[in-house]
Write a protein that binds this ligand. Structure first.
Ligand code: 5AD
Ligand code: SF4
Length: 437
């Protein structure tokens, strides 16, 4: 299984893995040993798209050697391209859409039986929550919980509403029940997922219910609760209040700004201004002075001028982000922005991008410095990549911490547990410390 893209896809992959394991399959590290190879794909930007086509095409030699190996492509590219994918890469056996995950075992069986590609893509407006499918979690202590599917916002650069369909909320009780079951199953951290979690419930209950949902999920006793993604136009004061008042809710918020320029924001169809975004950030920090804040920023949107870009730099300065995911604008066929005038020359985009990345790094480092000398509760993920006696985990603010593991135990044994760590050193993307008590 190879997974591209967002957390929703990671979650879908855990469902797919659960089904495949129900068919008696098990994960193998090497393509050459696989009976089934599944790509769970993303088309939000061009490079993910190209990488996928490259990787699937490169399986041709393996398919010639082992014709019985089944190659399946699902996720957003499967949804978007359907049968065209098989036309372009004939050695693909199965194409399935974002709403056809539950059908994968049947499609694999059909492709094998008929020795012909099986393609099934339901329209993106359909589809239900796959919550009744088995899940094979990557980590036993962490789970994704989808609360909405699709998106109604139609930001002009974004393909998501076109491939994931209209926003559908999952019933309140169904979410809370799942979190309760996960808690009983020993899970320490859940992430509530949706393209715009703040509008959760609007379709079902007439008005957004996210703040109430967050409270109910916190009420299950789940030790750590994260959620993503928040849209600035819909993040309510009630949600800020719920975040601030429930100790289980992470002091971390991902709040994509995309651009700091009012003109660009209007052309992006984002429905907020720099001033209203900054006012929201001020309210957040006032309620939670220790909040960690991250964002997404697009550089080089059609018509972005030097002055527009300076407004983005201004926002980065003002918001003191802990992290920012920065993207070069990538035109997506079928979105309104793809036919807007004013393409920004490559060199100018690159120059802006480099300046932005440097500003983000400086901001991340500055946010980390005051943490030195504090004790942070860290949810251990396991050993660090470099040293298996060093434990790696994350703070409530989503910061990666490394610390020597106590002699009495191992990082593996501590995975999924909370440990208090005195922070002794800070770099841009890491904190270092030692375990207390
Ligand atoms: N080009 C560049 N970045 C994009 N994103 C979404 N669509 C595009 C695009 N066409 C970015 C946005 C979004 C994140 C998930 O991906 O910043 O928040
Ligand atoms: Fe795309 Fe905008 Fe919806 Fe996010 S809110 S998924 S950027 S359309």
């Amino acid at each position: 299984m190879r997974t591209f893209g967002c957390q929703m896809n990671k979650h879908d992959s855990e469902r797919i893995a659960g089904m495949l394991s129900g068919m008696g399959l098990e994960p193998v590290p090497d393509d050459a040993d696989a009976d089934v190879i599944v790509f769970n794909t993303c088309c939000v930007r061009e490079n993910a798209d190209e990488r996928l086509y490259g990787q699937v095409a490169s399986l041709k030699a393996l398919k010639l050697q082992r014709p019985g190996t089944l190659v399946a492509v699902g996720g957003c590219i499967g949804q978007r391209d359907g049968a065209a994918l098989v036309a372009r890469i004939p050695h693909v056996d199965v194409v399935f859409g974002t709403h056809n995950i539950a059908r994968l075992p049947a499609l694999l069986a059909a492709a094998e039986q008929h020795r012909a590609p099986a393609v099934e893509v339901f329209p993106s407006s359909d589809g239900d929550f796959a919550s009744d499918l088995p899940t094979l979690r990557e980590h036993p202590w962490r789970a994704w919980v989808p609360i909405t599917l699709g998106c109604d916002n139609f930001c002009t650069y974004c393909i998501v509403p076109h491939v994931r369909g209209r926003e559908r909320s999952r019933p309140f009780e169904s979410v809370v029940d799942e979190v309760e079951r996960l808690r009983a199953d020993g899970v320490s951290e859940v992430t509530l997922l949706g393209q715009n979690v703040n509008s959760y419930g609007r379709d079902l209950y007439g008005e957004p219910q996210f703040a109430r949902l967050l409270g109910a999920v916190a009420g299950t006793g789940m030790p750590r609760i994260r959620f993503t993604t928040s849209h600035p136009k819909d993040l309510s004061d009630a949600t800020i209040e719920a975040m601030a008042s429930h100790p289980g809710v992470a002091r971390y918020l991902h709040l994509p700004v995309q651009s700091g320029s009012d003109a660009v924001l209007a052309r992006m169809n984002r429905h907020y201004t720099q001033e209203s975004y900054l006012a929201l950030v001020r309210r957040l920090y006032a309620a939670m002075p220790d909040l960690a804040l991250s964002t997404d920023i697009i550089v080089g949107f059609p018509g972005e001028t030097d002055a527009d870009f300076e407004e983005t730099m201004r926002v980065v300065e003002a918001c003191r982000y802990d992290q920012a995911f920065t993207f070069i604008y990538s035109p997506r066929v079928g979105t309104p922005a793809a036919s807007m005038d004013g393409a920004v020359p490559r060199e100018i985009v690159q120059e802006r991008f480099d300046r932005l990345v440097a500003a983000v790094q400086a901001s991340a480092f500055e946010k980390n410095l005051p943490l030195v000398g504090t004790v942070q509760t860290v949810l251990v993920e396991g050993p660090s990549k470099r040293d298996d006696r060093v434990l790696a985990g994350r703070t409530m603010g989503n910061k990666m911490v490394h610390a020597a593991c106590p002699d009495s135990t191992t990082p593996q044994a501590l995975a999924g547990t909370m440990v208090d760590i005195l922070i002794e050193d800070a770099q841009t993307w890491f904190l270092f410390g030692s375990v207390r008590g």
